[in-house]
Write a protein that binds this ligand. Structure first.
Ligand code: SF4
Length: 344
């Protein structure tokens, strides 16, 4: 086995130069083998987690207009919507009847929504419906704070008081400013994305981080991304898990490429090795399918993310019931356990 892999198996931290060397030069099977060893060191036992939440896309109005996004609409579009409080209540009731106990609020940057809408939604979800809520990407939070003329920290206090318990690391895609200029020039630069999540974590709003790859990013930019995430975690410590996604075809305004299975598994495994300060690695069943997902559980991942009850941004090709999730994990040779959004 490569000396670099031996080093990380023995508990040393990989440098970004090491990670780039592994990504470029070490066969994926070796990386996967090392990641499997490290996965069992960090998460002993044979357990694989899943969770059950419903994504509620509360608005499709977004002024960020990422090149890859087919979901957002301009405010004046006839297809633009903002869900009413009652529609959100109904979706939550439906999700609860199908076993979900958590709601993931995801929308767009919509300056016409008053702050009271967010707090009312959070109160309905948590106080009336009794579900936990993860919500709002870093760019949504930064813009909501700006639209309401308040510091980010004050906004986080208000949302947390209203019931928010977790913030996703959404909108990371590739944390390299060259790629961000191509993908979504109006989104946050890489360092601001990290600073925003660090602020959330320091306020007691943990979440996850992810990478979305499969465009024209370079290996150097992938390692840059992993380094941003690891550095942020060293500072604030609120990433409970890391998910490896691939870009899915949504528009023709952004180049995407086919990601081979071995390429996906190698990055999944490298993530387990490099992100020594993040407890869990999630494999993406939505993007890569169930067979590769099963392999991913032997290449460093210890979680299959969530059964998907609704996902408008990306069409659903995953597991949709608790029974399916548990059977999938058992068939892969592991013991399923249901976790919360924050792994607590
Ligand atoms: S991906 Fe998110 S931030 Fe980007 S345009 Fe779509 S809704 Fe807006």
């Amino acid at each position: 086995m490569s000396p670099l892999l031996q080093k990380v198996i023995e508990g040393s931290r990989l440098s970004p130069v090491d990670a780039l060397d592994i990504l470029k030069n070490v066969p994926w099977t070796q990386v996967a083998e090392a990641a499997n060893i490290v996965r069992h060191r960090i998460n002993p036992g044979n357990k694989v987690g899943y969770t059950a939440f419903r994504i509620v896309n509360y608005t499709n109005v977004c002024e960020v207009t990422c090149s890859f996004c087919s979901f957002c609409r301009p405010a004046k579009s006839p297809e633009a919507y903002v869900l009413s409080l009652d529609e959100i209540r109904q979706k939550t009731l439906e999700a609860k009847s199908r076993g979900a106990d958590q709601i993931f609020l995801q929308g767009g940057v919509n300056r016409d929504i008053p702050l009271s809408y967010y707090t009312d939604v959070l109160k309905i979800l948590t106080q009336e419906q009794g579900v936990k809520v993860r919500g709002f990407s870093p760019v949504e939070l930064v813009r909501i704070a700006e639209f309401n003329d308040m510091p980010l920290e004050q906004l986080l206090d208000i949302l947390k008081d209203a019931g928010l318990s977790s913030v996703p690391g959404a909108g990371a895609e590739i944390l390299s400013d060259r790629m961000r200029q191509m993908l979504s020039p109006k989104k946050l630069p890489a360092q601001q994305w990290c600073d925003t999540l660090a602020a959330c974590h320091k306020k007691g709003l943990p979440g996850s981080a992810n990478i979305v790859f499969g465009s024209v990013e370079t290996p150097e930019e992938i390692v840059e991304h992993l380094s941003y995430v690891r550095n942020t975690q060293d500072i604030a410590g609120g990433f409970k898990s890391f998910v490896v996604w691939t870009f899915q075809p949504q528009t023709n305004k952004f180049p995407i490429r086919h990601v081979r299975g071995d390429e996906y598994l190698k990055l999944l495994a490298l993530s387990r090795l490099f992100l020594d300060n993040i407890p869990h690695i999630e494999v993406s069943l939505l993007g890569m399918g169930l067979s590769l997902g099963e392999l991913g559980l032997h290449c460093g991942a210890d979680d299959i993310n969530s059964i998907v009850i609704e996902e408008n941004v990306l069409q659903n090709h995953g597991i949709t019931t608790i029974e399916e999730a548990e059977n999938f994990i058992r068939n892969a040779g592991f013991t399923p356990y249901r976790r919360s959004l924050n792994f607590d």
